[in-house]
Ligand binder design. Sequence first.
Ligand SMILES: Nc1ncnc2c1ncn2[C@@H]1O[C@H](COP(=O)(O)OP(=O)(O)O)[C@@H](O)[C@H]1O
Ligand SMILES: [Mg+2]
Length: 229
Amino acid sequence: MGKALFITGTGTDIGKTYVTGLIVKKLRDAGLNGGYYKAALSGAEPDGEGHLCPGDAQFVKDMAGLPEPAEKLVSYIYKEAVSPHLAAQWNERPVEMSRIQADFRQAREKYAYLTMEGSGGIICPLRWDAEKHLILDDMVKELQLPVLIIADAGLGTINSAVLTIEHLRHRQIPVKGVIFNNYHAGDRMETDNARMIEEITGVPVIAKVSKGDRELAIDAEELAALYED
Ligand SMILES: Nc1ncnc2c1ncn2[C@@H]1O[C@H](COP(=O)(O)OP(=O)(O)O)[C@@H](O)[C@H]1O
Ligand SMILES: [Mg+2]
């Protein structure tokens, strides 16, 4: 049974998938068996043959060189680019925690370091119907995962990163660190943003990713140490 780490973001389109690709690549380049899993993906593009392509999984597979087909790395794939709870309602295909538990377990058996990407930000409803209410943070808690937060480096990030950290702490979910995306080396405000998040919360900004980076500037061992049993 491998170790695992959950990736959330301060919002949607913040770069979770991009940075996850760099993380899994870093581990695999260092000879570690890094893998990827995502519970629910919405906004999947049809491939012309009636199949939905799970873009996030395909991106990470391509960047990190994962051996499995992208479809195997995601439990629920929806076409509509809306929150999973709404796409699930429209498709009458609700997310089942038991299925996620089983797929997650299987992925952990295959990979020594499993990186699980969330959907949207930490308050992303996965299911909201008469039978069950499930939000992303409930799932992270059930799977007992520590979390790494991807945040934009720019203006507004102090607020969104600190709120995300405060919420995770309120739910008693361990927070391992923050990675900045779209960082501009030498930018004084962005450098201060990192310092302020660290000083307000005590959570370290462990790496900074700039546009187009193909490698994560962090030690593979330091990265691997964030994963938990
Ligand atoms: N550092 C980066 N360099 C280049 N492109 C990026 C970077 N970060 C994000 N992107 C691009 O921005 C878009 C949104 O990022 P993505 O990783 O898909 O966000 P999320 O997974 O949080 O929704 C994607 O097209 C992605 O390839
Ligand atoms: Mg993504």
